[in-house]
Design a protein around this ligand. Sequence first.
Ligand code: URA
Length: 440
Amino acid sequence: RPKNQWICKKIAGERLEKNEIKQLIQAYMKKESDIPDYEMAAWLMAVYFHGMDKEELADFTNSLVDTGEKLDLSAINGVVVDKHSTGGVGDKTTLILGPLLAAVGVHVAKMSGRGLGHTGGTLDKLDAIPSVQPTAKFNTALSLDEFISLVNKQKVAVAGQTADLAPGDKKLYALRDVTGTVESIPLIAASVMSKKLASGAQAIVLDVKVGSGAFMKTEQEALSLAKKMVKIGTHLGRRTIAVVTDMDQPLGYAIGNALEVQEAIEILQNQGPDDLREVVLVLGVEMMCLAKDVTPEQARNELERALSSGAALQKFKDWVLSQGGDPSVVDGALPQAKFQQVVQAKQDGFIQSIQTEEIGFCTMKLGAGREVMEDQIDPAVGIIMHVKIGQRVEKGDVLFTLHYNESQRLIEAKELDLDRLITLSNVKIERPKLIKGVIM
Ligand code: URA
C-alpha cells in the first residue's frame, strides 16, 4: 500500500515528494480516513527524528493550508502585513502595532486567538476593553466583509478566527499532543505557518520568543525555528521576516488583560516601559519595510513620530470605536481588581533570573488565563512586576503586585510558592539582550 511506503520512506530518512505528502495529508483528512491515527503518529515520529528539508517542509505546510479555507484579502487596497508571536508572558505588542502601523499607512489585517496556559491571547486582552454599549463587548466576531471594509477604511482591524483555517493542522496537533511529537521544530514551523499562510497576508513578521517564558527555551532552538518559518513563507511566495526576542522575563511590567491594555496605551501615549517600546519599534520597522518602500531608518523615524505626535493614540481610539469599544479607555475606563497584595524581596541582591512561565501560570491562577478552553477570564486581575533582570533590590522592596478579586484564587496562586520565582544574586548581573537576531 502506498501509504505504508510513505511511512517507511520517512522512517528510512528519505524525503517525500510533493504529491506523496499531499496524498498523505488528504487521505488523513478524509471523513472515513484511509490513514488511522497510529499510522500518522508513526510518520510524525519519523519526522521528529529525521526532520524535513526545505522543499519537503514547504510542501507539507502547503498541504496543511489546502485542508481548509484560504482568506482572500485581495479587496484590500494595499500590501497587507500580518504579525505573529510564538507566545510570551506580558506580550501585548499587537495592541500597539495595529494602530501604530495603521497611523503610518500600513494595512494591518490581524486574525488573533484566545490564550491557553501561561500566555494570554490578544482577543482576551481586547475583551477587557469596555464597550460603548453597556451590554456589548469589543467586537472581534467580524465577517470577512466587515474585516476587509474596516482595514480599507482605517487600515487596522483585529478579528477572531471564524474561517476554518488549516483544519489539518488542528487534527495533527491533537495527535502530536498525545504522541510526544509537539516539540519538533519542523512540525512547529509548519503548524504556525500553515495558519499564517491561510490568513491571506502578503507579508508576515514573526516574533519568535526565547527564554524562560517562551515555548523555545534556547537561542539555538529559537533561531532554528525562525529560519525554518522564514524559509517556508518565502518559498511559498510571502515576504517573511522573523525577529527573535527575549522572553527570559515578562515584556513590560504588566501581565493580565486590562493591565496589559493599560500598558499598551501608555506606549501609545509615548510613555511606558523601554523594553516593550523597543520590541514594538523593531517589529514595526520590519512590518513597515515589508509594506512600503522605506529604509529601516526612515521607518523608525516615522514610527517614533507617530508615537510622539499622538497620531498612533488617535488611531487606537478610532480603531477601538470602530469595533464597538469605548475610546475613553485611554483615560482610564478599564476594569480594576478589588484587591492587591505585594510580594517583597527577602534579602538584598541583584535580580538574577525570573521564572517567567511560572509567573504566567500564577496570573492564570488569579483568573487572567485559562487552564482549559471553557474557563472564564476575569479581565481585571493579573500581576504588575516591579523589577527587571540585573536590577538591584534591597530587602523589603516590592518585587511584584498581585491584583485579584477572589481570595480563593489568591490562595491557589500563592501555592505556586511565589518567593521562588525570582532568584537574587550577590554579584551584578547583565540584562539579557532584548533582540537576539533578525532572520530574513
Ligand atoms: N503553536 C502552534 O501553532 N503550533 C505548534 O506546533 C506549536 C505552537
